[in-house]
Design a protein. Structure first.
Lengths: 314, 393
């Protein structure tokens, strides 16, 4: 009986809170309009209106005739891409690069955040963070330049190994180079969100764990991991949703004629077809295919995570 | 169950860098070497010093004092959460200064409960035992026994967020007692609870203490908790111990002005008065009213060979009585508290509180009424003007 009345009280509390929010919103709607309108307009102009361009995927697009003046070809471009002998190679290359990138690259910033959280001196921590964040501000093209110099037959890596491999021409080395340089560049910056989430971990709880006799791993498991778990899951869902969106610039900049077997991915193919060959309709169709796969993965992963995580997801 | 000895314990928080030290020195160049009343040395800020205390086996010791006095720091040093800068900590005959917290055989209850939010009550209570590789059936027996003692058996499968503040604190205590620690440390465990729940939990802790027979160190800033729970109370200020004694001792014989003002509610009334020695008798004279001190106080003052001098006289509100003659005062405020009235009067520019039992009240007191008050010689506390110390000590 008591429980029922408590839940009823909680329910009525929730309703009255919602009612208060609505009343507040009605009284101050102008504020919401002022703050939301620019974001709303920007989203419409730059995110939704360009979606009209999707129609290009179903036409034999000619820039002079425009989208609606071009010949309508339906799903012909999609059929052409899916039945192309290279389709599987591009798809597998893209998936391998992104899945391995996710497997190696996703835990790196989390581990880094746990390590940073262990540094007691705030000043030392700041200095280390500064060093870790800096690579993020190097442009992708400059980064690829650095990688090419370091891995050249006369580069530093070969000097250290006492060899003269031309790593950039080895298809088997491409994915490692791509993923490792990505971790080096992005892990520090990506750790910010986890470091911030870790700062919410209760200090008392950590001390309680110490007194309970937990070692560092057990402390991370009992105190720190629960504090960042939701953030990690959301980041994971977002990453899975972008699994097909492997950055074109980096793959293209690290590409050589000899490593094409591993480095030709959907986005580089779209670029070559669309901009270099001028086959806009086909290139848009390939891009759209990419996006649809991403959306399917995002929705699937989100519902999977929700099932495993007490309904918490995006 | 164990005795705890703290021998000349000191805690210094070192400066983070030389620059900080310089900044602090610059800031304090024109001020004395004290900041927020804590001593600042070349080593850093001294949070606790000259802390010596012998805690007997199964004793309940309460550390009490205002914020920043070093009570929690002392407790954390015993727990091993803070490094000890100087002195010796001995638990059950072993020096524990450099022993890891998990190996000290202590348990601690925190102010904010410190329960693992993703674990159920059962898992929270079992966690420390699991880490010690205790057998499953042994863990189950201990957890259920602790839950029964604390009356939380029905909540064992719930998560902390589904519990009220009082229930969470019970779980936190349960988590500590399942380990049967040698020393139980409690850092303001009732501070987050409302007044009613705090009273209930206070009674629970008293009952718990009778059941689990261990040594307790309890930190609070609430004097009521200190007085009701402690076998002995340690009153601290600015990192120093001010007085150690039973609740009765610190209430009846405060060692100095600070203790006198800190213990007791409402706070003790203080007056500028004169102590007069006439042969082997002592009198206090306040606004022309002369009160002779009783035999016990006289004997202590004689032992210390105290001479006539200006003093700070302290009399508790409950020992101050309205009378026909005595020190004249004007009524400022009359607070009806049910069984008594707290009469705030102004005597010679000083605010004085008199507790008048409702049964003894002949008439109501209104603003501006002239009253007289007096006190007996056995409840007057005489403090040195120079040192603030009780002249009886």
């Amino acid at each position: 009986m008591k429980k029922t009345s408590e839940s009823a009280a909680a329910g009525s509390g929730g309703n009255s809170k919602m009612h208060n929010t609505l009343v507040y919103f009605r009284q101050h709607w102008q504020l919401y309009v002022i703050f939301m309108l620019p974001a709303f307009l920007l989203t419409i102009i730059f995110r939704y209106i360009p979606m009209g361009g999707i129609a290009i995927a179903f036409t034999e697009y000619n820039p002079i005739r425009g989208i609606f003046g071009s010949e309508w070809v339906g799903f012909e471009h999609f059929q052409r891409f899916l039945s192309s002998p290279d389709f599987m190679r591009y798809l597998v290359n893209t998936l391998k690069l992104s899945v391995f990138g996710l497997l190696w690259g996703f835990p790196a910033p989390i581990l880094l955040a746990f390590l940073l959280n262990r540094i007691l001196s705030a000043k030392t921590k700041q200095k280390i963070q500064l060093v870790l964040y800096m690579p993020n501000f190097i442009s992708v093209i400059v980064l690829c330049g650095i990688v090419r110099i370091l891995l050249a037959p006369t580069g530093m890596v070969n000097m250290m190994l006492g060899t003269s491999f031309n790593f950039m021409t080895m298809p088997s080395a491409f994915r490692t180079i791509y993923i490792a340089s990505g971790i080096w560049q992005g892990a520090g910056w990506a750790s910010i969100i986890y470091t911030a989430a870790l700062s919410n971990a209760s200090k008392e709880l950590k001390e309680a764990a110490v007194i309970d006799g937990a070692n560092i791993i057990q402390q991370i498991k009992a105190v720190e991991w629960p504090a960042i778990k939701d953030t990690v899951l959301i980041q994971f869902i977002m990453s899975v949703g972008n699994i097909m969106s492997v950055g074109f610039e980096k793959a293209y900049a690290l590409q050589t004629d000899l490593n094409l077997n591993a480095s030709e991915i959907i986005s580089t193919y779209v670029y070559k077809k669309g901009l270099l060959d001028g086959d806009y309709g086909f290139s848009t169709a390939v891009g759209l295919f990419n996006t649809v796969i991403n959306v399917i993965l995002l929705v699937t992963m989100n519902s999977l995570v929700k099932k495993m995580n007490d309904g918490k997801g995006i | 169950m164990a005795s705890v000895q703290l021998k000349n314990i000191k805690k210094v928080y070192p400066y983070i860098s030389g620059e900080d030290k310089k900044k602090n020195k610059k800031k304090n160049a024109d001020e004395p070497e004290k900041k927020i009343n804590l001593q600042i040395t070349d080593e850093g800020v001294v949070a606790v010093q000259q802390f010596s205390l012998d805690i007997k086996d199964k004793e309940f010791i309460v550390l009490v004092g205002p914020s920043g006095c070093g009570k929690s720091t002392t407790l954390r040093m015993v727990a091993g959460l803070e490094e000890i800068s100087g002195g010796e900590l001995i638990i059950d005959g072993k020096v524990m200064n450099d022993v890891a917290p998990k190996d000290r055989d202590i348990a601690m209850v925190f102010q904010n409960y410190a329960l693992y939010p993703h674990m159920t009550v059962y898992e929270n209570m079992a966690f420390s035992l699991k880490l010690r590789h205790t057998a499953k059936d042994e863990i189950d027996r201990k957890v259920r026994e602790a839950a029964r003692i604390l009356d939380i058996t029905q909540y064992l499968e719930r998560k902390p967020k589904a519990l009220s503040g009082g229930q969470r604190q019970r779980v936190a205590i349960g988590r500590a007692i399942v380990r049967a620690p040698k020393v139980m440390l409690m850092d303001e465990p009732l501070s987050n609870l409302d007044a009613k729940l705090r009273n209930e939990m206070r009674a629970e802790i008293i009952k718990l203490r009778q059941r689990i027979d261990t040594t307790f160190m309890y930190v609070t800033h609430d004097q009521t908790e200190a007085m009701t729970l402690g076998d002995r109370i340690v009153i601290m200020r600015d990192g120093y111990i001010q007085q150690i004694g039973t609740p009765q001792e610190v209430f009846n014989h405060p060692a100095n002005l600070f203790v006198a003002g800190f213990i007791g509610m409402p706070v003790m009334n203080f007056f500028d008065a004169e102590l007069k020695r006439e042969g082997n008798n002592y009198f206090v004279e306040l606004s022309g009213v002369k009160v002779q001190l009783d035999e016990k106080k006289t004997a202590r003052l004689l032992k210390n060979n105290v001479q006539s001098q200006p003093i700070t006289l302290g009399v508790r509100p409950e020992h101050t009585h309205v009378s026909d003659t005595g020190v004249p005062a004007k009524v400022d405020v009359s607070e009806m508290m049910g069984s008594s009235v707290h009469l705030h009067v102004n005597a010679d520019g000083r605010d004085v509180i008199i507790i008048v039992p409702t049964l003894d009240m002949e008439n109501n007191y209104n603003y501006g009424d002239l009253v007289h008050f007096t006190f007996a010689g056995n409840v007057a506390h005489v403090f040195s003007k120079e040192t603030d110390k009780n002249l009886e000590f």
